[in-house]
Design a protein around this ligand. Structure first.
Ligand SMILES: Nc1ncnc2c1ncn2[C@@H]1O[C@H](COP(=O)(O)OP(=O)(O)O)[C@@H](O)[C@H]1O
Ligand SMILES: [Mg+2]
Length: 357
């Protein structure tokens, strides 16, 4: 019998569009013989609709105009175990669900909130649980957990919107002292994604502006020493016995891998890193697994590092729902490691329903 799979896309997040592109590729690749699909789109305003719109309409956003869309709610009640869909007669139809895959990035998708709802409903879902999702979303918390692993990371200073608003010069001074006056620094909101709100500050004035910008995205702000080196990424898959993929490299089009370089300029490229020693490759893979385990991840994550001039492996961040578009690193890394996209998706759904693997 086919598994009833709930696929969520869109979301009330700055990464709404990216999610639609990711969901479109997942939908193209999912094994239709295995799954009976229920697609729920979440608008930017946070409204939920069960939709039968074709993939191309999900990709371009026009699914929202489909007259057949019906309001749908994921019930937290375990006896519903699925969706409540509003009919024309104002009655709810109940659709039980076997497993869920929230192809949502960032806020209210990848940050533990939705995972909490799945937990309440008793529905198995792809990826990290509530705590790990929230911890990986918060770059400040991630830093603190990773500090206990022995994996290297950029030196950091944490501040917040309120401290900065009440004493901006004091915070600037404290941050500069922390890094002994060294620039450039990277400033980021602790909770965001797709490089939104991230800036590179080269002096005191830029640092001021950078903290102000980051504080608009999240109340918690992270200031980091700049790491000069290559940007590399590793895909991890599994629950108890996770495995790490080959290593990918980002060749950013801009000065750093900002939103423009990621999604707009098209000049950024990714490749499989093939010019490092076997030992170095294993060291990176091990670091990715160490971070994955320490963060308490399940299912999948993409773990990002820098490889500096001396080939030191420096952890940058971890994403519990990385991009899934056809050109995204996560599926690409598994393809290169011998697991086709379609099989990788089936494995993720199996991992959701069997937490032992
Ligand atoms: N400490 C750092 N040193 C050098 N570059 C950085 C640093 N932090 C971030 N960057 C650059 O900014 C990009 C986005 O930062 P990242 O922390 O990965 O946030 P996001 O979650 O938005 O992807 C990185 O891909 C990298 O190009
Ligand atoms: Mg990143």
């Amino acid at each position: 019998m086919k598994q009833k799979l709930l696929l969520l896309f869109g979301g009330a997040s700055s990464e709404h569009e990216v999610s639609r592109m990711s969901a479109a590729s997942v939908l193209k690749q999912l094994d239709k013989d295995k799954y009976e699909l229920y697609k729920v789109g979440i608008t930017k305003e946070g409204n939920w609709f069960l939709t039968d719109s074709p993939v191309s309409h999900i990709e371009d956003g026009s699914w929202q105009k489909d007259p057949e869309n019906r309001r749908a709610i994921l019930s937290p009640d375990t006896s519903d175990h699925g969706l409540l869909v509003l009919g024309t007669d104002d009655r709810f139809e109940r659709i039980p669900i076997d497993a869920a895959f929230a192809v949502l990035h960032g806020k209210h998708g990848e940050d533990g909130t939705l995972q909490g709802l799945f937990d309440l409903a008793g529905i198995p879902y792809v990826g990290a649980g509530t705590t790990a999702s929230a911890a990986c979303m918060d770059k400040g918390i991630t830093k603190m957990i990773v500090a206990g692993t022995g994996v290297r990371q950029a030196d950091f200073y944490l501040t917040d919107r309120y401290a900065f608003a009440s004493d901006p010069q004091g915070i600037l001074k404290e941050a500069e002292e922390h890094f002994h006056g060294k620039y450039p620094l990277f400033v980021k909101p602790a909770n965001a994604g797709s490089s939104v709100g991230i800036s590179k500050a080269k002096n005191n004035k830029e640092l001021f502006d950078a903290i102000r910008i980051a504080a608009e995205e999240d109340h918690k702000v992270l200031v980091e020493e700049a790491i000069v080196g290559r940007e590399i990424e590793v895909a991890v898959l599994g629950n108890r016995h996770p495995r790490a993929s080959l290593i990918g490299e980002i060749l950013a089009a801009g000065e750093f891998y900002d939103y423009e370089a990621k999604y707009i300029s098209q000049g950024s490229k990714t490749r499989i890193l093939d010019d490092i020693s076997q030992e170095k490759q294993e060291e990176i893979q091990q670091a990715a697994l160490d971070v994955y385990r320490a963060m308490g991840c399940e299912g999948l994550a993409r773990v990002d590092f820098f490889l500096d001039k001396e080939e030191a492996v420096v952890f940058n961040e971890i994403n519990t729902l990385p991009g899934f578009t056809k050109i995204s690193m996560y599926p690409k890394l598994w393809e290169a490691s011998g697991i086709p996209y379609k099989d990788m998706l089936s494995m993720l759904i199996d991992l959701a329903t069997d937490k032992m693997e």
